[in-house]
Design a protein around this ligand. Structure first.
Ligand SMILES: Cc1cc2nc3c(=O)[nH]c(=O)nc-3n(C[C@H](O)[C@H](O)[C@H](O)COP(=O)(O)O)c2cc1C
Length: 326
């Protein structure tokens, strides 16, 4: 449902135009230094403001409501809230009858019998990724000596991101992108052989990010075109260092001590400025309409830090599990 994790467990809540969005983290070890300032850098990286992102600007100031005392985590659940101050809910009135193709409006209306908060995508809004980023900051603190870095490597099919964004702005149509993530310094042994393989746990978190449509580890889909002799990563020493890294740092669902690499596909924003067709529930016919509201033209621009957070949450959980076994 809205919780994930075995030992490092996060519970996400809130709606885009409700009072707050937030996260509760259960299972964070005691004694980790944590203050509101620790969140600033990653939150800033997720913020809108750059060309191709939404004009909706929020302060995104974290309020730590519990689980921290005298500057350290206490071992009790940590709840972090973010106020929604810059909402313009009237933009979304039309969505009650004309669900946006590609967005969650239609399925949410059916699944929750029309009781869902439709304003700004409600609980399915990209705004909730702010909470993932906050949990990621805490998770990164657990992953001492391990670095996670994600970057946008492609937008709209081009590696020149600026040019791709300029083109999207000029043509007024949304675009997608590819985000690459690398984790360095991982020990051998995180992940379990079957259901909780490192790939499964990371993917579960990654697919919680709205608008993600694919993930690949290492050579990924390209592996299907390689021979075994090409794809196998030759083991070069007793530590398991490999000469190549087509596996992306995971064998048998378990981290192998090399860099962990994954790439994720971010779809073009469904709320494109272009006219679209949809079913109008009030008039009971297909109509041409244009999405109102303030939207990211390229969601992928804001995803790297969210992908890092997803990886950090997954790996912090797997690290705590591996320590619990020792
Ligand atoms: C950081 C971020 C910002 C987003 N901003 C928008 C937006 O402005 N407009 C929009 O239609 N979708 C936006 N989305 C994507 C929607 O939330 C998502 O497409 C929708 O919930 C449907 O889910 P799905 O695409 O995974 O099927 C954003 C996603 C993220 C991660």
């Amino acid at each position: 449902m809205n919780s994930i994790g075995s030992l490092f467990r996060v519970h996400i809540f809130g709606e885009s135009h409700g009072q707050v969005v937030g996260i509760t983290i259960d299972g964070c070890p005691a004694g980790i230094a944590l203050s509101e300032d620790d969140f600033a850098r990653d939150i800033e990286r997720r913020k809108a403001g750059a060309a191709g992102t939404t004009p909706r600007k929020e302060e995104d100031l974290p309020q730590i409501m519990s689980g921290v005392f005298n500057g350290n985590t206490t071992g009790a659940p940590i709840t972090i809230l973010f106020a929604n101050n810059n909402t313009r809910s009237t933009d979304y009135e039309a969505l009650r009858n004309t669900p946006r193709p590609g967005h969650a409006d239609f399925v949410l209306h059916h699944k929750f019998k029309g009781f869902n908060d439709y304003r700004g995508g409600g609980h399915s809004s990209g705004r909730l990724t702010l909470c993932l980023v906050a949990a990621g900051v805490v998770a990164k603190k657990i992953l001492q000596g391990i670095s996670i870095e994600a970057t946008l490597t492609e937008a709209g099919g081009e590696t020149n991101i600026e040019a791709a964004i300029a083109k999207a702005i000029e043509t007024q149509d949304s675009i997608g992108g590819i985000v690459s993530c690398t984790v360095k310094g991982l020990p051998i042994g995180l992940g379990e052989p079957f259901f909780d393989s490192a790939e499964s746990v990371i993917s579960h978190l990654v697919f919680a990010i709205p608008a993600i449509k694919g993930i690949e580890f290492g050579a990924g889909f390209a592996a299907t075109k390689m021979k075994g002799s090409e794809h196998n990563d030759a083991i070069a020493d007793a530590k398991g260092t490999t000469q190549t890294n087509h596996a992306g740092g995971i064998n048998g669902g378990i981290t192998n001590g090399n860099e962990l690499h994954f790439r994720i596909a971010v779809k073009p924003t469904s709320s494109t400025p272009q006219a679209q067709q949809t079913w109008n529930n009030a008039t009971q016919q297909v109509e041409t309409f244009t999405v109102k509201g303030r939207h990211d033209l390229c969601i992928a621009l804001r995803v790297p830090v969210v992908a890092e957070a997803a990886a950090a949450i997954a790996l912090a959980d797997l690290l705590l599990i591996s320590k619990a076994y020792l």
